[in-house]
Design a binder for this molecule. Structure first.
Ligand code: NAD
Length: 472
């Protein structure tokens, strides 16, 4: 076996684990991808790909049966691996803290399989001090200190561009408290940090290359754990910040896009995550903000700022709903076209999706919803089953057919290319309420729409007047 090739087990085959496993195989390692969901393992073994991610199917096809295998046998995978990456879910618990029971269960099971040195690596997003808990759990199961280390290697991939993010990262963060552990982590990522991978035949393209390889930041385990929580909390704060600025813009009649552009051109601020809209969602930001705040408070640090970030995010959806109300007056029996179900464009993930929250309210108010999403309809149907009031349709035009208004709820790129003339003739009334600011208000007026978005002056079709959104 090639001496640079490591044997790696990745526990959890979700968005992070499956992508990490495929990418570890892609950069030359021998990977065992573990999940306790037998159905998922069977799908993966049979050549299926349970999530929608660009390049993921290609990588799995490239390496399946050679350098990547799928199993539900954690014990055996752990025994055979030099490194074991834990990538199971860390959902929000009742108090806001992260629920670490899956990590705990995996750590105990790994402990029972250790007979030579293993590096256990936290890839899941976990609160600071989790590495110490894992160490304790493994120790309690009778494993002596010399036989293992626990390190942290948080993941920064974004759903929708997960494979490219993994292979062409802004930075790789590794936290370890022993030189032995750090040396192993350096070896894992060497093909990316040396730039060698980017020259290999069939390498997935992206921003990194031989001359600008992936940088690696080495830190203590605790610092690495904190880097992930602090990064997500900061990004969520940026979104909430621009959303409040958008609300000020609405109040004074300014355009938040201009304000965001002016702010973003300041290199100290940067343009990203300054898109006003209906707020953040997904499986990470909401739970990570809550968990970071919780852990800070447990340590005696008041992080009230994060409470505000959450409050603003929740209020943003309510404001949007009020806008829809101001366009429609009453809801019962109205037909609404909803474009977008995923929490953001490019993914089929609907966890904590603001779009679903809006749809829940529309259904509650007695609307009939015709929804379209390029990837997330199957998942959404498990939450809102198809029925008299909830319909899933084949394209945006079918959704718009006979609708009293159309809502944009997810920033899918393909929505930007909609044929507006076709859409207008399909709609019963030419009303669009855009929660993602995808279109230019001036152009929408020219096209004859009543168009409302977030933090930008609304435009009203000459035959229309809108209620004051502040009137309940
Ligand atoms: P996920 O829910 O998609 O996947 C988790 C997987 O772990 C599931 O397939 C589940 O069946 C499996 N699992 C649970 N318990 C197990 C056990 N005992 N043994 C084996 N498998 C088990 O979750 P995800 O989105 O991949 O997130 C995983 C972690 O990574 C979380 O901590 C998350 O916060 C973090 N993270 C997620 C993203 C993202 O964009 N999704 C990005 C960075 C970090």
């Amino acid at each position: 076996m090639d001496s640079s090739r490591l044997s790696i087990a990745v526990v959890g085959s979700g968005y992070v684990g499956l992508v990490a496993a495929a990418c570890f195989a892609e950069i030359g390692h021998q990977v065992s991808c573990v999940d306790n969901d037998e159905q998922k393992v069977a799908t993966l073994r049979a050549g299926g790909v349970p999530i929608h991610e660009e390049y993921l199917a290609d990588l799995l096809n490239r390496h399946r049966g050679q350098s990547i295998e799928f199993t539900s046998n954690l014990g055996q995978a752990a025994r055979e691996a030099q490194l074991i990456f834990i990538a199971v879910g860390t959902p929000q618990g009742e108090t806001g803290s992260a629920d670490l029971s899956y990590v705990d269960a995996v750590a105990s099971e790994i402990a029972r399989s250790i007979d030579d040195y293993k590096l256990i690596v936290e890839k899941s997003t976990v609160p600071v001090y989790t590495n110490e808990w894992i160490r304790r759990v493994v120790g309690r199961n009778g494993v002596v200190e010399e036989l293992f280390d626990v390190a942290s290697n948080p993941e920064f991939l974004r759903e929708g561009t997960a494979v490219v993010d993994f292979l062409h990262p802004d930075r790789i963060v590794v936290g370890a408290d022993s030189e032995k552990a750090m040396a192993l982590l350096r070896r894992v990522y060497e093909p990316l940090t040396s730039g060698e991978y980017y020259e290999s035949a069939g390498a997935i393209p992206g921003m990194r290359n031989r001359n600008s390889p992936a940088p690696m930041l080495e830190a203590s385990t605790k610092a690495a754990e904190l880097i992930k929580h602090a990064s997500n909390a900061f990004l969520a704060m940026k979104i909430s910040f621009i959303n409040v600025v958008a609300n000020v813009c609405e109040a004074v009649g300014a355009d938040v896009e201009q304000v965001a552009q002016g702010m973003g051109q300041d290199s100290r601020i940067g343009p990203r995550f300054l898109n006003a809209g209906i707020g953040y969602g997904g499986s990470c930001f909401p739970k990570d903000v809550a968990a970071f705040r919780y852990v800070a408070e447990r340590m005696g640090v008041d992080f009230g700022l994060l409470g505000e970030v959450e409050k603003i995010n929740a209020e943003q959806r309510i404001r949007f709903f009020q806008k829809v109300r101001s366009a429609l007056w009453t809801f019962r029996g109205k037909r609404i076209a909803a474009l977008g179900l995923a929490f953001k464009g490019g993914t089929d993930d609907i966890r904590e999706s603001p779009a679903l929250e809006i749809i829940r309210q529309l259904l509650h108010e007695g609307c009939k919803v015709a929804a379209y999403d390029p990837a997330a309809m199957e998942r959404a149907a498990a939450i809102f089953p198809e029925g008299e009031n909830m319909q899933y349709v084949r394209d945006p035009y079918e959704a718009a057919q006979g609708a009293d208004a159309l809502l944009i709820l997810t920033d899918w790129e393909e929505f930007q290319r909609l044929d507006m003339t076709r859409l207008r003739s399909a709609l019963r009334y030419p009303i669009i309420v855009d929660g993602r600011n995808l279109f230019d208000p001036a152009r929408m007026t020219e096209l004859g729409f009543t168009y409302m978005s977030v933090g930008r002056p609304g435009v009203v079709h000459p035959r229309e007047t809108l209620a004051n959104p502040n009137i309940p």
